[in-house]
Design a binder for this molecule. Structure first.
Ligand code: HEC
Length: 137
């Protein structure tokens, strides 16, 4: 009996965690990926994209902020109130794309906190070695 209870509890917990991750992914895709691609843009796409791809963004965020809490705080704050002074991405990106518009109208503080944790945990993928374009000196 004990075993069954334990089994069911584990199942429920795993399920809840999976659902939370799903929820975060869905939110991120709904609110951010219209501008931030989740795949490396091809050179053709590179001409028309409107924002840096998310793994590039997160690489820079992680270079600047060494722990998750600070990185998440930065993402939350920047997404709601972006300014040139706060931006940590390289200058050429700001020139190419212009400053990100505040996403205040599109995400709530609760949503962006969920999204920020999710993108911190997900990007860049472990085999990522820079975007190639733009990162070259
Ligand atoms: C309308 C297009 C658009 C949407 C939607 C958008 N962004 Fe951005 N974002 C940009 C652009 C353009 C930049 C590059 C310029 C800049 O850094 O401000 C950027 C840059 C960023 C940066 C890097 C900040 C830095 O230091 O330069 C982060 C982090 C970010 N976005 C997070 C998000 C998140 C999270 C969402 C979803 C809630 C989101 N963005 C939705 C256009 C967008």
């Amino acid at each position: 009996m004990k075993k069954i209870v334990l089994f069911i509890t584990t199942l429920l917990i795993t399920n809840t965690l999976l659902m939370a991750e799903d929820h975060a992914k869905v939110l991120f895709e709904a609110k951010c990926t219209s501008c931030h691609m989740t795949k490396r843009p091809t050179s053709e796409q590179f001409k028309t994209i409107v924002a840096p791809a998310i793994m590039g963004v997160m690489r820079h965020v992680k270079m600047q902020y060494k722990n998750k809490k600070e990185a998440v705080n930065f993402i939350v704050d920047y997404t709601l109130n972006p300014t040139k002074e706060k931006a940590i991405c390289i200058d050429t990106k700001l020139e190419k794309f212009g400053l990100m518009l505040s996403q205040k109208e599109s995400v709530t503080k609760e949503e962006i906190m969920i999204i920020a944790e999710y993108i911190y945990d997900t990007y860049p993928p472990t085999n990522f070695r820079g975007m190639g374009q733009g990162n070259r000196r």
